[in-house]
Design a protein around this ligand. Structure first.
Ligand SMILES: CC(C)(COP(=O)(O)OP(=O)(O)OC[C@H]1O[C@@H](n2cnc3c(N)ncnc32)[C@H](O)[C@@H]1OP(=O)(O)O)[C@@H](O)C(=O)NCCC(=O)NCCS
Length: 161
């Protein structure tokens, strides 16, 4: 498996949005989401990834095929602080280390303080991030509960680079 990241361009917004639909579909089971009358999920507005300056959207590629996406948000320039906004690996590519490889590439690409948060019901994501960040930092990371929009989830904090 050859896992790579490629910056998603504004002209690729529609393609990005389609993959984000699959992500929201997965989340609908975990967070009880629904599609609207047009048959689409509208929880995530991808256009802000290109209208705002603080987002870094990427396609995750496996053997040059789109296999997922990631969005990193710059929380602060000085000191550099990064937030994993969204992260998704398509089902076919899961459990082969795709997510691990892509996440570690992002940590290397954006050195500084990092925060990654998982919603309370997302057990798989929690296991994934603890495993990946644990390996990346040699277990040198903080793991705590943290509330966002009234949801008490799990937050990992660590330093990269
Ligand atoms: C979470 C997700 C990104 C994992 O991607 P992946 O490519 O399958 O992950 P990897 O194969 O790199 O797994 C790395 C490690 O994470 C853990 N892990 C991954 N999936 C797991 C699962 N289903 N159950 C338990 N642990 C899991 C394991 O420790 C795994 O190492 P191992 O395979 O050697 O045991 C993917 O399942 C996904 O996109 N889920 C839906 C979206 C989502 O929840 N995103 C995260 C938002 S915070």
């Amino acid at each position: 498996m050859n896992v790579k990241l490629r910056a998603a361009l504004r002209m690729e917004m529609d393609a990005f949005d389609r993959i984000v639909q699959f992500y929201q579909y997965d989340f609908s089971e975990i967070e009880d989401g629904d599609v609207e009358k047009d048959g689409r999920f509208h929880y995530i507005d991808v256009s802000r990834y290109w209208t705002g300056t603080d987002f870094r959207p990427y396609f995750i590629l496996v053997n040059d095929q789109i296999a997922g996406f990631a969005v990193v948000r710059e929380e602060s320039k000085s000191p550099p602080k990064w937030w994993m906004e969204e992260f998704f690996v398509m089902r076919k590519y899961r459990r082969y280390g795709t997510g691990r490889h892509a996440a570690m590439c992002l940590f290397d690409m954006f050195p500084g303080e990092w925060e990654v948060w998982q919603s309370p019901n997302n057990k798989v994501a929690r296991a994934f991030w603890r495993s990946v960040i644990g390996a990346y930092t040699n277990k040198n990371f903080e793991d705590s509960t943290h509330e966002i929009h009234g949801w008490t989830g799990t937050l990992q904090r660590f330093r990269s680079g």
